[in-house]
Design a protein. Sequence first.
Length: 107
Amino acid sequence: MEKIHVCSTADLSPGESRRVDTSPAVAVFNHDGSYYALADLCTHGNASMSEGYIEDDCTVECPIHTARFCLKTGKALTQPANEDLATFDVLVEDDEIYVMVPEGAAA
Ligand code: FES
């Protein structure tokens, strides 16, 4: 696995998300001070989950057709998405956020 720098914790406030240009891209979310990372591309279509809406129940809603995914597990919870999103580990070290991606995924 490769450790990719995302941003500082000061640059990702609760309720915000950020796209990381790995290949494939990853979306990192801050939900109430906890960080989660999912595949950025919605499993239903060509939507960037980093542009989705973080909900109170620790889910993210796709910005195009409003399918919801669990931020913790990537599970597709509502239609029209049927396939889960991949998840990635997030690390915080010295107030900097990193995501762990497979070897070779760094852009
Ligand atoms: S593109 Fe995400 S639900 Fe359709």
